[in-house]
Design a protein around this ligand. Structure first.
Ligand code: ZN
Length: 421
């Protein structure tokens, strides 16, 4: 018996143009997909006039739970994801206390999530100085891979890796057959520039942006690629912010390395001028860059050189978002808006096909991180669906947000899409 029949939506299935299809769901899976399926079903949903995409897979989210659930949390963060069309997320190993850097840390996070998440989730393990021996235990528990920082994280319990630490972690990850994801900014350069700025009293947003130049990203990406090559580790560079960094990754892949990178909507859509206008809600690392750099990233994305789009949803308690821009806490709250932003700007404005967009927002990460049944509309896949109204013209309002703190640099922005279910 079919549990639910979704009728008549323009479905983005396979690689072709959207076509009107019915979807039959039984036991949480897609049981049938085709035009005008026969019933009966326990329930029917008339979705004519809407588009149906695979539920978004957001592989880069900080839910901060347990330990800093006053920043975000499984209930609110996953509610926001679902409201934005995401049905699966992968939580980052830091900003929770304990961090997910060993077996007990993993168990604590799973306990915090139990019965409180509104969508499916996976966990990244952490690769930190001295924990290479813990990675096997994390792998046995089911992490999708390991996240390492090459620059300061801002939290004491999750430290950045130096070269030797990263080498040890990558060697262990290679043995386990899991990827390492790196935040790639050169700590020496960013640390020195930030210290010089602080000493001179240069603490504005413009000074913050200048303290984290593209050069810092380039140096770190080059080092990470060299270590991946030396260890045979699969590498993923999170949130690339420059066309040149994405280009380094593409070149390395062309010569045979197993390396990918991701881009975040904020690096495609928000500029240095937006950072000055919006203020601390638009502070992030790597920072927002020039409009020309955004265009270079779009070109790399369109060329297929960037594997996927992820939010890097990274909220914080409001009291940390005060003071000068050089020292205040950063992080973009954006997970609820990824699909609507990309439908507006990639599809409507730039003509990206919906099938391609669905791949960038789900299928690609699901494949690389081995999330079976995710990111695709096909018989046998999980019944993870996103229904969207592509004709909606609207402005994003704070009251629509499901985050723990209803703020985002995207509020007030014009959107041409609405997730409806
Ligand atoms: Zn992040």
């Amino acid at each position: 018996m079919t549990d639910l029949l979704v009728r008549g939506a323009l479905a983005v299935a396979g690689g072709g143009e959207p076509e009107p299809l019915d979807v039959a769901i039984a036991d949480g899976r897609i049981a049938a997909l085709g035009p005008e399926l026969a019933g009966p079903a326990r329930a029917e949903l008339d979705a004519r006039g809407l588009h149906l995409l695979p539920g978004v897979v957001d592989p880069h989210v900080h839910l901060d739970d347990p330990g800093r659930a006053h920043w975000e949390g499984f209930p609110t963060g996953t509610a926001a994801l679902v409201a934005g069309g995401a049905t699966t997320t992968v939580d980052m190993p830091l900003n929770s206390i304990p961090p997910t850097v060993d077996g007990p840390g993993f168990d604590a996070k799973l306990a915090a999530a139990a019965g409180r998440a509104h969508c499916d989730f996976g966990l990244w393990g952490g690769c930190v100085p001295g924990n290479a021996d813990e990675l096997a235990g994390l792998a046995a528990r089911g992490v999708v891979g390991f996240k390492a920082f090459m620059s300061a994280t801002g939290v004491d319990e999750f430290r950045a890796c130096g070269e030797d630490d990263l080498h040890a972690g990558m060697a262990a990850a290679a043995e386990l057959g899991l990827p390492v994801a790196v935040h790639a900014e050169d700590d020496e350069l960013t640390g020195r520039l930030a210290a010089q700025a602080a000493a001179a009293g240069r603490v504005s947003m413009r000074d913050y942006l200048a303290s984290r130049p593209v050069e810092a990203e380039m140096r770190a990406v080059e080092r990470a690629l060299a270590l991946a090559e030396a260890t045979g580790c699969a590498l993923h560079v999170v949130h690339v912010s420059s066309g040149r960094a994405a280009g380094l990754v593409a070149e390395a892949r062309a010569r045979g390395l197993d390396v990918t990178c991701e881009v975040c909507p904020h690096h495609l859509l928000l500029t240095d001028e937006d950072a000055e206008r919006i203020g601390l809600l638009a502070k992030c690392a790597p920072p927002l860059r020039t409009a020309a750099e955004c265009e270079r990233l779009w070109a790399r994305l369109v060329a297929g050189e960037i594997a996927w789009v992820a939010s890097d949803h990274s909220p914080a308690a409001p009291e940390l978002r005060t003071g000068d821009a050089l020292h205040a806490w950063g992080g973009i709250a954006g997970a609820q808006s990824t699909l609507e932003l990309m439908l507006t700007h990639a599809h409507h404005e730039r003509g990206m096909a919906l099938g391609r967009l669905a791949w960038l927002l789900g299928g690609a990460a699901a494949r690389r991180l081995r999330l079976a049944g995710k990111g695709t509309l096909e018989v046998g896949a999980d019944a993870d669906l996103a229904l969207v109204d592509l004709g909606a013209e609207r402005t994003l309002e704070p009251r629509e947000l499901w985050y723990r703190h209803k703020v985002s640099p995207y509020t007030g922005r014009a959107l041409r899409a609405r997730c409806t279910g």
